[in-house]
Design a protein around this ligand. Structure first.
Ligand code: PMP
Length: 449
């Protein structure tokens, strides 16, 4: 673990992390791997958080950070947003979950269906993984076909078919014109691999050939408009238009995974990109920080979930689906998220991307920035990647990224393990300036190693 040594010895910036270290030691005895969630694990140990207020986090040792992670883009209002807390406190007194529907789910569905005019109806679940899974089940039920196509490197949660080629590597990813389907978790069934078709992101000609060869067996094409693992680069409008036209022509359901991209505009990613998907999967900001997932679309695509005339084609349950706490938090978050908020977040996002790019240029640092709206990602390479293969980080590059992220933490900035950052509504240009200064110092430290 050379990265750990270099960073810890190089610059601890006076931060004491002893309680985090101790908790990780305790965790290792009773939680497999030490902590209960893969993306927050880091070497030498995760930082255990104690409290969040506005844009700030405080860890269990009392260190303060600006939170540019916002629980992986979820907390669009940052921490402890008063209107949301009021709603949650009110609901706490009434009950946290019931074995029956509540007025809140109707109210929230009305709010969302009014807001996103393209869809008529919605159903709630508990995570983005579930939401994507149910869109695929619905597509299979609607078409009677089995195969699904997804973009190479596209992350859509922990459901077997969409995990295929999530982390394919140069040794196994095959040619760009016909990417191989590579298992992510060990032991994935052969049938899942056979039913999953991998498309090269933004490569229209190659994707057309692959889709032509599979068109009669495809139930769905699953896309992300701003795929994080493919570099956080927006989908090309011509590529998107081609996918929309091709799927409509061949009766294939086009699924937009808006779990993260709903953050792109007041009416979500699809409106921002000016197209209509058949089904959308939502999560993250929709729950105001509490667990949530949702599927939305025009009524005819939502039909498989309809139980009013007997057993639905796709029975969707979930003990905590549409639980009143998540509904209350979601209503609180979304009611207080206006078009003006998005305009401000977009402007701040632009300011962050241009400030970072200018700083890298001035300091002659071989780094780049990608992203859109309130999200951006820093790459430890001078040219911004254009697809998953260019954004792919080999193990040595991952180690360098780990050092960089640790250095950022020591300078009071929390980001994702791939160095994705996102903004929250309480942030200002001052927070961005602080972040840019920390990125500069961390990069200089990394280049000096
Ligand atoms: N789709 C996308 C695009 C995501 O970014 C994520 C989570 N990061 C998921 C699906 C899965 O969501 P969840 O973690 O809520 O299951």
């Amino acid at each position: 673990m050379s990265s750990t040594k270099i960073v810890l010895n190089g610059s601890s910036n006076g931060r004491n992390l002893s309680r985090s270290m101790e908790l990780f030691g305790r965790g290792q005895r009773v939680i497999t791997g030490g902590n209960a969630r893969l993306p927050v694990f880091q070497r030498p140990h995760p930082i255990y958080m104690a409290k969040g207020t506005g844009v700030h986090l405080v860890d269990v040792d009392g260190n303060r950070y600006i939170d540019f992670l916002n629980n992986f883009t979820t907390l669009i209002h940052g921490h402890g947003y008063p209107p949301l807390l009021d709603r949650l406190r009110g609901q706490l007194d009434l009950g946290v979950s019931f074995g029956g529907p509540t007025e809140l789910e109707v109210e929230f569905a009305e709010l969302l269906c009014d807001r996103v005019p393209y869809f008529d109806q919605i159903r709630f679940m508990n995570s983005g993984t579930e939401a994507v899974m149910y869109t695929i089940k619905a597509a299979r039920a609607l078409t009677g076909r089995q195969r699904i196509a997804k973009l190479e490197g596209g992350f859509h949660g922990s459901y077997d078919p969409v995990e295929v080629s999530l982390d394919s590597a140069p040794a196994n990813w095959g040619s760009l014109s016909a990417p191989s389907g590579i298992p992510y978790s060990t032991g994935i069934s052969e049938s899942v691999l056979a039913e999953t078709v991998i498309l090269p992101f933004n490569e229209l000609r190659a994707s057309r050939e692959i889709l032509e060869a599979n068109k009669d067996r495809l139930a769905a094409v699953v896309i992300d408009l701003l795929p994080q693992r493919a570099g956080l680069i927006p989908i090309d409008p011509c590529y998107l238009a081609f996918l929309r036209e091709f799927t409509a022509r061949h009766g294939i359901v086009l699924i937009s995974d808006e779990v993260m991209s709903f953050r792109l505009s007041y009416r979500g990613g699809i409106t921002c990109f000016g197209f209509e998907a058949d089904l959308c999967a939502f999560a993250k900001i929709l729950g105001g920080g509490l667990p949530i997932g949702a599927v939305g679309g025009p009524s005819r695509f939502m039909l498989p979930f309809d139980s009013t005339n007997g057993k639905p084609l796709v029975p969707q349950a979930g003990t905590f689906s549409a639980n009143p706490m998540s509904m209350a938090a979601g209503i609180g978050a979304m009611q207080c998220l206006s078009e003006q908020h998005f305009q401000r977040l977009d402007d701040l996002g632009e300011y962050a991307r241009s400030s970072l790019t200018e700083m890298f240029r001035q300091q002659r640092l071989p780094y780049s920035v990608t992203g859109m709206g309130s999200m951006f990602r820093i790459h430890l390479r001078s040219e911004a990647p254009k697809d998953y293969r260019e954004a792919y980080a080999a193990p040595e590059q991952q180690e360098r990224m780990g050092m960089f992220i640790w250095a950022l933490q020591e300078r009071g900035v929390i980001v994702s393990p791939s160095c994705q950052l996102c903004l929250s509504t309480p942030m200002s240009a001052d927070h961005i300036d602080e972040m840019v200064a920390s990125v500069r110092e961390s990069a200089q430290m990394l280049e000096a190693v």
